[in-house]
Design a protein around this ligand. Structure first.
Ligand SMILES: *[C@@H]1O[C@H](CO)[C@@H](O)[C@H](O)[C@H]1NC(C)=O
Length: 293
């Protein structure tokens, strides 16, 4: 009887820790096909370890991409990616969330390749109601081609946070009070793709893709999805406050996270639309908040 109680107790503890927001330990082993499907050029995706790891191949004929099967309204969306190594100039690897339709919302990571030994650029952007033009660009503090790193988005009704591993690199606060649109009612799918963009990606298009180096290969794992699946039950997703990403600690960054964000700002940021007065003579309203970081 005592041991039965003990087991019940342990089970409760286990469940309690899982629901607090740490993804299950085997999250990186989830096979691709459980949550994702190829979008185009199916033969340019290669599968390993029972589908828990995949590669996207880009050659002179085509790039390729994949998307989530479900659509999600809020959550924490993460992907472990090892970027195209060596000469990746002209290539772009993207990981993003997007809704459908012409007034769509979108949350973007775009990794712009470079010549061997030259740094990648990570460009982020947010679209609300079909309007983007909110680019930020940073260099990374590591070589993204050497190991897997987690790139993730936290999206709740309070904020959208972009993370590189545990480091918040960008926050887009819900600034409804300032009259700024915030994605809140259009479910999004998760997408990733690898393609040729040598008309703009590397040094503004000066460096072209060297097709003699093809195929260009980006590797992926971590196909677990922690979001509210609107394609299954939209009603549940709209009732706020129940999911772990709605809880107090995810409604704003904490002091340590703001410190890390400021570190990224001061050391690695190379472009911020909020400070580009040439392109945007009137400061976008949400930038007031961006300045206070
Ligand atoms: C590529 O390397 C050049 C030279 O170091 C640098 O100016 C540029 O920002 C790098 N990244 C991209 C994507 O162009």
């Amino acid at each position: 009887m005592a041991s039965l109680l003990w087991t019940a107790c342990l089970t409760f503890l286990l469940l309690a820790t899982v629901t607090k927001g740490t993804p299950p330990k085997n999250a990186v082993d989830v096979p691709f096909g459980r949550n994702y499907a190829p979008t185009w050029a199916f033969d340019h995706i290669k599968y390993f370890n029972g589908g828990s790891e995949i590669q996207l191949h880009l050659d002179k004929y085509t790039g390729t991409g994949f998307q989530s099967k479900g659509s999600y309204l809020f959550g924490h969306f993460s992907m472990h990616i090892k970027m195209v190594p060596g000469d990746s100039a002209g290539t772009v690897t993207a990981f993003y969330l997007s809704s459908q339709g012409n007034e769509h919302d979108e949350i973007d990571f775009e990794f712009l390749g470079n010549r061997t030994g030259q740094p990648y650029i990570l460009q982020t952007n947010v679209y609300t109601g079909g309007k983007g033009d909110k680019e930020q660009r940073i260099y990374l503090w590591f070589d993204p081609t050497k190991e897997y790193h987690a790139y993730s988005v936290l999206w709740n009704t309070y904020q959208i946070v972009f993370f590189v591993d545990d480091v918040p690199i960008r926050v887009f606060k819900n600034s409804k009070d300032l009259g700024v649109r915030f994605p809140f009612n259009q479910p999004m799918k998760i997408y990733s793709s690898l393609w040729n963009a040598d008309d703009w990606a590397t040094r503004g298009g000066l460096e072209k893709t060297d097709w003699a180096k093809a195929p260009f290969i980006a590797s992926y794992r971590g196909f677990h999805v922690d979001g509210c699946e609107a394609s299954v039950n939209a009603k549940i997703c709209e009732s706020q406050g129940k999911q772990w990403w709605d809880q107090k600690e995810f409604q704003d960054l904490d002091a340590a996270q703001y410190r890390r964000l400021r570190w990224v700002r001061s050391k690695y940021t190379i472009y911020n639309y909020c400070t580009d007065r040439v392109r945007l003579p009137t400061l976008p309203r949400e930038c007031k908040r961006d300045r206070d970081i």
